[in-house]
Every structure is written in structure tokens, then in C-alpha cells.
Write a protein that binds this ligand. Structure first.
Ligand code: ATP
Ligand code: MG
Length: 886
């Protein structure tokens, strides 16, 4: 079976067993403060599991793009070195929200693997939770019983809390789990090892690996660590697709399957190097160098996928948060390609066409954004390769220095700095050092690393108390229609962050919009006759508005009126609507390749990022502004459709964003020809925007442009300022009518005058030189010229050079000049004075300049120094003459 067929068979099997097949959520998570990337299939169901979203349909299944490179699940360092962990992988999953539980999950998993896919049951082992006496949780006898229906006792293995008890976080849903492991050793390996598969489960044997984890959520962990029963039991399973494909295709490495082989083939073609599959390696043990090539090819193939999918999901490499994680993955690939595959120029981007060819059908976002993906990767590679070269030369310098000091170990602080600022990981620094007979102080490096981690942890530490439930029920958002609404507090909790304390409230009805989709959250108040509580911000979490307040009401159970600050909301709504019009106008002017890549709207800002491959010209920007302002003047009324099935919305012509998570039902917002999927708050009609003006257009990353603009009242203020500036400028020119003409005339006049002045100055220098040479004294055969003159620095320099020309031998010239109340001393000598008398102007001036409270230096024949004390000039000149010992 091909990978694509296996993916389809999984969906078909669970569909036949009553599951609704749902799409993968984006891999990059945008609105969850606790998680940057999807790392398991269950992430997108978090709000259902927490009870804040409708669980229907109760049976679901999908294949989910996952990324495990940060936080709780971080497999990055394994990837490439082993053959079964990836950064990005697909997780096949099936869920039951209060429907079937352990028995159903176990039966279906077994039926799928053994009856449908025909895996050999003798190679399968399962684990069950052994229990935890200190927590008073018994062994998961239930799961063991259902497994016993399918497998012999000696294929059921007890597992500890680490492997067999799943928790969502420090608090929240949790429960025991059962893993299915596969013994995929060849008969020869089995015979040679003398160990049973059972003995190798969970022992990091690359051929005895976990493929499927069935999680049985039945508890809720509270902040004090205790467990209570969950109101709805949940089944959550996850199976590694690439590992399953490997089993089905009879391979022993994920990289030998048709998921990776086409990419590896492209790598071989591009580098001229060979990759050895598991079979080839077994038949013919490979050298250390070949093993490094193998690892590097796996790393590049794997990381290519992770990076390309992230970019398609709208997450570009950058310097912060999720963007930084992606940048690090790509840099890891570049480093391996550079070091082990001899790729000194961009390489990963050349693999994009193969990836798109292989996966573009199952994941259309790859195909649609191929150009952007390629461009972004190439630019990142180019810039990192430059850094890499800089870092390598820095290590070279450091080693030179150490050699001179007779040392042979690079200190850990330097190694850490290379890592931290240049993205140079320790192993690369070590490799380069080792090749030159140096070592690295690893302990010190690790200590520095730990210090940084501690700093980051302290900065980010957030402590949440348990929710205090005041009323049962779910929140209803009424903010599309109201800005004031009667409400009660459903629950609240205290949050402590960096010693700051605040409370989060969930209301039963709320008009407050929680920050989402780039639009800021509302602020406002909760009021009743007794008190007024300020809501400083509203966030969105698990599908709910979370209201942030500094203090709790005295009576939290009272009824309140929730009132949104409408000035702020109207302004941010108008800005949001303006971004839709802008998006539309950009497509009109630049073309359909324009895709929104990010936006931020608040009451006073409007920022819009989009894909486009060159600078937007001034004329294009003006055209865009004209279209938007025209739509504003048409005062188009909002045409809003709530709860539209996703497919229907698409047929309305609504534009969806790649990498955005949409439910089954969506909201569509239309203003005339502009039609988008959008959950945000908008102006009731475009006229409310007032006016639209672009301020800047710039580049944020390869292929991504950013427009910042202002609307309405802000534009009005801007216009006033502009008018005031212009008035002030005009006043400088006697309120001339033709301001441009007058200014141009002034500039021309200024240029002519400047030229004239330079000429006059040159003439004056010439005359002064003549006079000085004429009046020069001769002391012991040396022409001595000294004077104090009012000249600027450039003229002083011209003067002494002219004098040298006029008196080519036996010359000592010392000139003091004063310009803008500052003294300057210049010494000029003919060459014979230097060669025959052994004088050095640079040294002489250092002595003399002290007398004008200054310093300077220069060459043997010419030197100058500036100072502070003009009164000392004559003494300084005498000093020079004295030093010359004529
Ligand atoms: P392992 O111990 O092998 O790292 P895990 O315990 O981290 O696995 P789970 O969190 O239970 O795995 O994830 C469910 C399934 O997803 C696993 O059984 C495995 O098949 C797959 N999986 C987990 N991590 C990876 C990865 N980095 N690359 C590919 N597949 C993975
Ligand atoms: Mg793992």
C-alpha cells in the first residue's frame, strides 16, 4: 500500500465506525498562550474536553499535522540520528467525547491493525498503566481485560506513570493510557539478539517502537494536585502515520518509505552522494563518514517538511517565538547540509518541488504557496550561510589567540555566545575545534545554557489558581449585536505573573470581544449600583472571552451590566473593516497571488502583511488608496452571515486564510466585492472608516510586504499637522505662492554661493602662503614659518601643503589656526628634515598639543591636533620649534 492509500484506509475505517472525518487543524497555533505548535491530534479538541464547546459529533477522526520541537514534546535532537522520530509528522487519531470508552477504543484499534491492515499479531505488544499507590490509583484492570480478548497475557506489559499516565498540563484532564508497540526486527535480528520483543518494549530499540497511543481521559487534576472524576470520559488516540507506513511497507526505517524516498532521491541527485537504506546498510556496514551523510540527508528531508508546512500555515522564520523555532529548524538543516553534504550554497529550497509533487495533492496549501515557500527558504538559507561563515572565522580567530597563549580549550562562555547570537550549536563549534586539535569547555557551556533557561523561566512564570465556579453554564457571546449586556459571573480565577496579580472572569453573556485574528480585545467596565469594576483587557481562550480585571467585585454573584468602551471598539472595528478593503484593493491592483499573512488592528493602528514579491510602487499604493477610499465613500453596509457551513461560505466567494482554524460553521463578512471568513468586529458600514491613508510600505521577510495605514480621525489629525508644517515653511519664504519654485531657487542660489566661497577660500590660502613664505625666517639654514591665523581645518591643511610645495627642502612650518573659537595646530616639514634630522611631526605634536589642551597625531612629515585652549597656541608653536632644536 502507498502512504496515500494507508491514510485513506484509516479515514475510511473510522468513518465506517460512525466517526466524522474532520480536517487537520493548522500546525501553527495562533490563539493559545500555552502552546505554539500542534503537538498532538487532541490539541484542537481542547475546548471540547474542557467542556466549553459543544461535543457533537461525539465520534471524530482525522490525520493531524504535528510538530514536536519545543516545550513538553521536543524530539529535535533525535531527528535524523534515529529513523523513527520526526519534527513534523502526521498523527492519525480517533476521538470519543462521552461516547465509547476503553473497550470500543481497544477493539477498533485492534481490528484496524490486525484485520484491516493485516499486521502480524505476534509482533504487537500493548502496555497498561500499572497504577500508582501514592496517588491511590489502581492498575488499569479494565484496559487489561479488554486487551486480553485479543492478545496473550505475555503481550500485555505494565507501564509506569511516565509512559502510561497522560496529563494535559499541570492541571486539567488526565488519565491512564495504553500504547501499542511493534517488534519490527528482521528474523535474523530476532535470532541474533536472543531477546523477546516484550523485553525490548520502551527500551529505545529502533526496531521495537511505539506506534499508537490510546489515552483514556477520566480524571481532572486540580491545582492542589488532587484528582476528581471527569464529567465526560474522553478517548483520544494518536498513531504515528510515518511509522505505520513503514510497518505496512515492510521497511525498517521511516525514511525508506515512499513518504521520504522521493526527497532523499532528490538529495542524492543534487549532491552526487549516496544514501544507504536500512537493507543496504545491513548488507554492507557503512563507514562513519557515510553514516554522517545518511544522518544529514534524513535531517534535511525531515526539516524541509517541517519548515515548508509552517510557512504554508503562515508562520515565517523570524526572531521571536514560533518564528524563531522554525528558523532554528531550518538552520539545523543548513548546518548538516553544509558540514556533511558539502553544500556551501542554498540547498534545502531546491527540494521544495519534490515535496510539493509528493504531498501537494493531500495538502493543497503547499501547492498554492510553492513560490512563497521556495523564496522564504532560499533567503533564510543565504543569510544563515553568511552568518555561518562569519562564525567559523570567529572560531578561527579565537583558536589563533588560544594557540598564542599556549591553550587548547575554547571556553564555554564564548561557545555559548556563538550559539546564542549566531545560532552556532555546540556540536558544530566542537566539530570545528576538534578538527583543529582544540576542545570546548562543555560544562561551562551547559552552565551558561542553564542560566539562560532559568532567566526565561522566571520571566514567563505564570501561576493559575483553580477556577471558582459560581454558576453552571456556558458563555454566550453577544458582541456582534450589543456593546452592553446584563450578565453574571460564571467563574473566576486568580493569575499571578511576575508578581502581578489579576483575575480572569468568565461571564454568562458577554459583549466583550476577546483578542483574536489580529484584532485587540475590548476593554470597558462591569457595573451595578454597588460598584464599578474595570475590565482592562479581554483575551480569548478555548472559544471563550476571558475578561481581565485587577480586582474582584465585592459581591461576585451579583448581576452586572457589562459595558464595552465603545470609542475604542468603534475605532478598532473601523480599522478592521479597512484591512478587508485593503486586502481587496491589493488583489485588484497587484493580482490574486496576494494572500494575507498577518494583521494587527487596534483603535489607533492598522497593519497588514501580505505575500508579494517586490516593492509596491508609489503609483500602485496610490491606486490602492483610491480604491479603498472610493469604497468608503460608497458607504457599503456590512453584509454578515453567521453560522454558514464551511463549504457554503466558500461558494459565497469568501476568502479563507491558510493556516487558520475554522469550525464546521463559519462567519462570513462582506462589504460589496470584499468577502472574507472573519470572526472579528466590524464597522456597520464602510463610511464609518472616514478616510484611509497608507503611511509605510516595507518588507518583513522574503516575499512578505507590510502596509501600515491610518484611518478616520487619525487621518484628520495628520492632515492638520501637515497643514501646520506647510504653513510654517511657507512663512519662512514670505508666504510665497509658488513655494516649490521659491525653494528650488534658494537651493540653486545656495549651490552657487557655496562654489564661490570655496573659490574665495582657495584664493585666500594662496595669498596667505605667498605672504608667509616671503616673510619666513631662516634659522641655521632651515626655513621656519610660524603664524596664528583665523582659518578652518580644511583651509589650514591646504595651506601647509601649499607651503611644502613652495619650500621643498629645509622647511619647518608650524601654523596655529582658530575656527569657531577652537584652536588647531598643524606641523609640516620637508622630507629631509625627517630623514636627516630625525624629526617626527606626529611625535612633536603630541607634546605641543598639551599646551592647547588637546591631542592629535600624524605622519613623520605632517601632523595636526585640535584643542580647547586658544590662548595656548603661541606657546604650542614655540614648543614645536624648541623640540626641533634648530
Ligand atoms: P515515542 O516514545 O516514540 O517518542 P511518544 O510517547 O512521544 O512516542 P505519543 O505522544 O504517545 O508518542 O504520540 C502518539 C504517537 O505518535 C506515537 O505512538 C508515535 O507513533 C507517534 N509519534 C510520536 N512522536 C513522534 C515523532 N517525533 N515522529 C513521528 N511519530 C511520532
Ligand atoms: Mg516522544
Amino acid at each position: 500500500m502507498t502512504a496515500n492509500e494507508i491514510r485513506e484506509s484509516y479515514k475510511k475505517f473510522f468513518e465506517q465506525h460512525g466517526h466524522t472525518i474532520v480536517p487537520s487543524a493548522p500546525m501553527v497555533i495562533k490563539d493559545d498562550p500555552t502552546l505554539m505548535f500542534t503537538n498532538a491530534g487532541m490539541n484542537q479538541w481542547k475546548d471540547i474536553i474542557l467542556g466549553t464547546r459543544e461535543p457533537e459529533p461525539r465520534r471524530r477522526a482525522d490525520t493531524q499535522k504535528c510538530l514536536r520541537v519545543s516545550g513538553k514534546h521536543n524530539d529535535l535532537e533525535e531527528v535524523g540520528h534515529d529513523t523513527y522520530h520526526h519534527t513534523m509528522f502526521e498523527m492519525l487519531g480517533n476521538w470519543s467525547f462521552g461516547d465509547y470508552f476503553k473497550e470500543g477504543a481497544i477493539d477498533m484499534a485492534w481490528e484496524y491493525l490486525v484485520s484491516v491492515l493485516k499486521l502480524n499479531p505476534e509482533d504487537l505488544y500493548v502496555t497498561v498503566f500499572e497504577g500508582s499507590p501514592e496517588e491511590n490509583i489502581p492498575r488499569d484492570e479494565e484496559a487489561a481485560k479488554y486487551w486480553a480478548k485479543h492478545v496473550p497475557e505475555d503481550h500485555i506489559i505494565n507501564g509506569n506513570k511516565h509512559d502510561n499516565f497522560w496529563e494535559m498540563g499541570d492541571t486539567g484532564p488526565c488519565g491512564p493510557c495504553s500504547e501499542i508497540h511493534v517488534d519490527s526486527r528482521t528474523p535474523e535480528q530476532k535470532a541474533a539478539s536472543g531477546k523477546t520483543g516484550r523485553e525490548l518494549v520502551n527500551q529505545d530499540d529502533p526496531q521495537v517502537i511505539e506506534i499508537w497511543n490510546l489515552v483514556f481521559m477520566q480524571f481532572n487534576r486540580k491545582a492542589d494536585g488532587s484528582l476528581e472524576k471527569l464529567s465526560m470520559n474522553v478517548i483520544d488516540t494518536g498513531m504515528g502515520f510515518e511509522r505505520l507506513v513503514r510497518m505496512m511497507q515492510g521497511k525498517h526505517s521511516n525514511y525508506d518509505t515512499d513518504v521520504f524516498q522521493p526527497i532523499i532521491k532528490a538529495e542524492q541527485d543534487l549532491t552526487g552522494l549516496k544514501y544507504f537504506t536500512f537493507e543496504e546498510e545491513t548488507a554492507n556496514p557503512i563507514s562513519k563518514e557515510q553514516n554522517e551523510i545518511n544522518i544529514a540527508m534524513r535531517v534535511c528531508a525531515d526539516h524541509l517538511r517541517a519548515v515548508a508546512f509552517s510557512i504554508a500555515d503562515g508562520q515565517l522564520p523570524s526572531n521571536a517565538k514560533a518564528g524563531y523555532v522554525i528558523r532554528r529548524i531550518l538552520r539545523r538543516a543548513v548546518r548538516y547540509a553544509y558540514t556533511f553534504l558539502g553544500q556551501k550554497e542554498g540547498f534545502i529550497y531546491k527540494l521544495v518541488p519534490t515535496l510539493v509533487h509528493e504531498m501537494g495533492d493531500a495538502f493543497p496549501e503547499l501547492k498554492a504557496q510553492q513560490q512563497l515557500i521556495t523564496k522564504v527558504i532560499k533567503e533564510e538559507e543565504d543569510s544563515f550561510l553568511r552568518t555561518l561563515e562569519k562564525g567559523i572565522s570567529m572560531i578561527g580567530d579565537a583558536m589563533e589567540k588560544l594557540k598564542a597563549e599556549g591553550k587548547n580549550q575554547l571556553d564555554g562562555i564564548q561557545a555559548f555566545r556563538l550559539f546564542d547570537t549566531y545560532g552556532f550549536p555546540l556540536d558544530l563549534t566542537e566539530l570545528i575545534c576538534r578538527e583543529n586539535g582544540f576542545s570546548v569547555d562543555e560544562e561551562q557551556f551547559n552552565a551558561e545554557m542553564q542560566k539562560q533557561k532559568d532567566r526565561a523561566r522566571n520571566a514567563a512564570a505564570v501561576e493559575n489558581s483553580d477556577w471558582t465556579e459560581l454558576m453552571a453554564g456556558e458563555q454566550q457571546f453577544v458582541g456582534y449585536d450589543y456593546t452592553e449586556y446584563n450578565c453574571h459571573i460564571l467563574r473566576y480565577r486568580k493569575v499571578t505573573q511576575k508578581k502581578n496579580e489579576f483575575y480572569e472572569l468568565v461571564l454568562d453573556h458577554t459583549p466583550f470581544y476577546g483578542e483574536m485574528g489580529g484584532q485587540v480585545g475590548d476593554c470597558g467596565v462591569l457595573v451595578n449600583e454597588a460598584e464599578t469594576i474595570e475590565i482592562i483587557d479581554t483575551k480569548r481562550e478555548n472559544n471563550q472571552s476571558i475578561h481581565i480585571v485587577k480586582q474582584l467585585p465585592k459581591d461576585p454573584t451579583a448581576e452586572f451590566m457589562a459595558c464595552v468602551d465603545t470609542d475604542k471598539r468603534d475605532a478598532s472595528a473601523a480599522n478592521h473593516t479597512a484591512t478587508h478593503l485593503l486586502d481587496y484593493a491589493l488583489r485588484q491592483v497587484l493580482g490574486d497571488h496576494v494572500e494575507q499573512k498577518g494583521s494587527y488592528v487596534s483603535a489607533d493602528t492598522l497593519r497588514f502583511d501580505f505575500s508579494h514579491f517586490q516593492k509596491v510602487t508609489d503609483e500602485e499604493l496610490r491606486q490602492v488608496e483610491r480604491i479603498v477610499n472610493d469604497m468608503i465613500r460608497q458607504d457599503i453596509h456590512i453584509d454578515e452571515h453567521r453560522n454558514v457551513p464551511f463549504e457554503e461560505a466558500k461558494q459565497l466567494g469568501a476568502i479563507a486564510l491558510f493556516g487558520e482554524k475554522y469550525g464546521d460553521k463559519v462567519r462570513v463578512v462582506r462589504f460589496g466585492p470584499s468577502c472574507e471568513f472573519c470572526g472579528g468586529i466590524h464597522a456597520t458600514s464602510t463610511g464609518r472608516i472616514g478616510f484611509f491613508k497608507i503611511l509605510t510600505e516595507s518588507s518583513v521577510a522574503a516575499g512578505i510586504r507590510r502596509i501600515e495605514a491610518k484611518t478616520g480621525k487619525d487621518c484628520e489629525e495628520m492632515l492638520y499637522q501637515l497643514e501646520d508644517t506647510l504653513k510654517a515653511v511657507r512663512a519662512f519664504f514670505n508666504n510665497a505662492k509658488d513655494l516649490q519654485g521659491v525653494i528650488k531657487k534658494y537651493i540653486d542660489e545656495h549651490d552657487t554661493m557655496k562654489k564661490d566661497i570655496e573659490q574665495f577660500k582657495a584664493q585666500a590660502v594662496e595669498r596667505t602662503k605667498d605672504k608667509l613664505v616671503e616673510k619666513a625666517q631662516v634659522v641655521n639654514g632651515v626655513t621656519l614659518i610660524k603664524a596664528v591665523l583665523p582659518l578652518d581645518a580644511q583651509s589650514a591643511k591646504d595651506l601647509v601643503f601649499k607651503i611644502r610645495e613652495a619650500v621643498p627642502s629645509h622647511l619647518l612650518c608650524v601654523i596655529g589656526t582658530i575656527s569657531a573659537d577652537k584652536p588647531m595646530l598643524s606641523i609640516m616639514m620637508s622630507d629631509d628634515m625627517v630623514k636627516e634630522q630625525g624629526l617626527h611631526a606626529g611625535q612633536m605634536i603630541r607634546e605641543a598639543a598639551k599646551l592647547i589642551q588637546g591631542g592629535g597625531g600624524g605622519q613623520p612629515h605632517f601632523a595636526s591636533a585640535g584643542g580647547k585652549n586658544t590662548d595656548g597656541l603661541n606657546a604650542a608653536i614655540d614648543k614645536v620649534v624648541e623640540l626641533a632644536k634648530l
